[in-house]
Design a protein around this ligand. Sequence first.
Ligand SMILES: [Mg+2]
Length: 204
Amino acid sequence: MLRRRDAVIQKGNRLDEPHCFGECSRAMSQPAIFLDRDGTLMEEVNYCKDPALVRLLPGARDALRRLKDAGFVLVIVTNQSGIARGIITNADFDAVQARLLELLGGDLIAGTYMCPDGPAGESGRRKPSPAMVLEAVRDLGLDPARSWFVGDKAADVQCGLAAGTRAVLVRTGHGAGADATGAHFVAKDIASAAEFILTHSGAS
Ligand SMILES: [Mg+2]
């Protein structure tokens, strides 16, 4: 039986190749914004499998545009345990992700890193592991020390900190009751997070 990780690699990613879905570009040591997806960029729909249910959170597109224009590489880092749980398929994920990218505008996101593992059992990649961020750092030539992780769960904050980025917790999605321990800022939403980041860090 294939391990979960192998199921992802079967999507065209061999172990010795970047685990990047979508458009990846290489450059040296650029600052990045690592973005959780569900509850951070789009409305939380538990185990979303229907592209018709994808709704951008208010201000998300403009916030990402401002961050990209400021020189940040934008990378989505998402846990999708619904795949391990048998609730959604890889094809469902791809369809939802394609709709999200369509709504955001095709050129904003440099890469998407997805972990299909569930919370039970071994996972080397599931957040709060920094593994997916470190894959992106390697694949895209990013500088964690000048980067930020933005997400709506404590696992997002912990993932970013473990990878050497700064972290912002947003109060959208599951963020209302999330533990913000370690976060450099708690924002009401992605727009507020972007405002804080742009004020508190140059991308250069
Ligand atoms: Mg989330």
